[in-house]
Design a protein around this ligand. Sequence first.
Ligand code: ADP
Length: 398
Amino acid sequence: MARVRLEHVTKRYDDQGEIVTAVDDMNLDIDHGEFICFVGPSGCGKSTTMETIAGLTIPTEGEVHIGDREVTNLPPKDRGIAMVFQNIALFPHMDVYDNISFGLRLRDYPQDEIDRRVERAADIVQLEGMLDRMPDEMSGGQRQRVAIARAIVREPDVFLMDEPLANLDAKLKVHMRTELQRLHKELDTTIIYVTHDQEEAMTLSDRIAVLNSGSLQQIDPPLTCYNEPDNLFVAGFIGSPSMNFISGTVGESAIETPNFSLAFDPATVEGLGVGDEVTIGIRPEDIYPGEFRNEIRDPSSLISARVDILEPMGDEIFAYMLLAEGETSMDQKQTTNNQLLMSIEPDSEIQEEEDIEVAIDRRNVHIFDSATGDALVHKLEPVGSDTGVTGREAESDD
Ligand code: ADP
């Protein structure tokens, strides 16, 4: 059973006298057979974390366990792992069979065992019939499959993959993603996969580990990271296009923003009080043009906005909107609070420059503590149909 555990792993580099903390007190417990993606922006510590598991880097502090062994200081070859990297280094003068079997031949495996393993691996990655091809006779995707087969023949307890699809074109990437999922099912091994692409992480993983600045932000199934992000970083990183963030101030019975009030009872969150600064998070797909308001189960009254730019995507349109500014102080006007991105139906007749009214679905509104970034609420209780959000215009109509 190849469970992988990191206990308080920290990796610091001395970069010409300046100490860089690449990984900061990382704790991870990955079950046997799990497909885990490390995701986060460039430089957040994904590769370094992976390298401590691979044995390519020895942590400054902490322990790495694979299966029931502590492996912190063991060399890569003694860890029961196999790696696949972004840059596929195949031997150009060897055919596919020789490339896949190279490691086994080096270790003097008996010929019939080598044949058995190569055949099985070629079958799994669908390279049967291509074993005598040379690398320059193959496509990028086929070469990447050779690299994966080379890892499979080692029969590792854990696969470590660092951006293995990064160099493939978009269509091939989607195809290889499906292949990796099939591979994972067939092999029943643990796969740890590094990517900066949140979409890749969403589609592949059992759980996503979101990293930022060397620290683990959240490790949860993809939909939990999407629907219940632990903090502003995860909320902004997972989901494309990103969640809208609007800062506001907690009032007696609402969160006040320069453009609208969102009905909210501060007593529902322990420790939260009137005057506290919060950030409201709303995904683009949870905003609706006013004319659809009756179809939302918890309609709120409307927020006035001007459509700035429309981006047709085929199956949806992204509408970038500017919110009407209302009665704001100079301070509030200086924030970027007045932008909102809405995803709408492709047949919508909304035009650029049009003044429209939008509603938000309270069931998917997130509230974060602006100071710490921590999530406070992921779902607002429904309120009467006209009291959820009070637009400035709606108020003045009363
Ligand atoms: P990611 O894989 O998420 O892009 P890395 O793990 O490669 O991030 O790097 C994390 C941080 O550690 C970065 O700031 C990077 O510059 C630094 N770093 C990585 N390796 C070294 C090294 N060998 N020497 C100095 N700094 C390094």
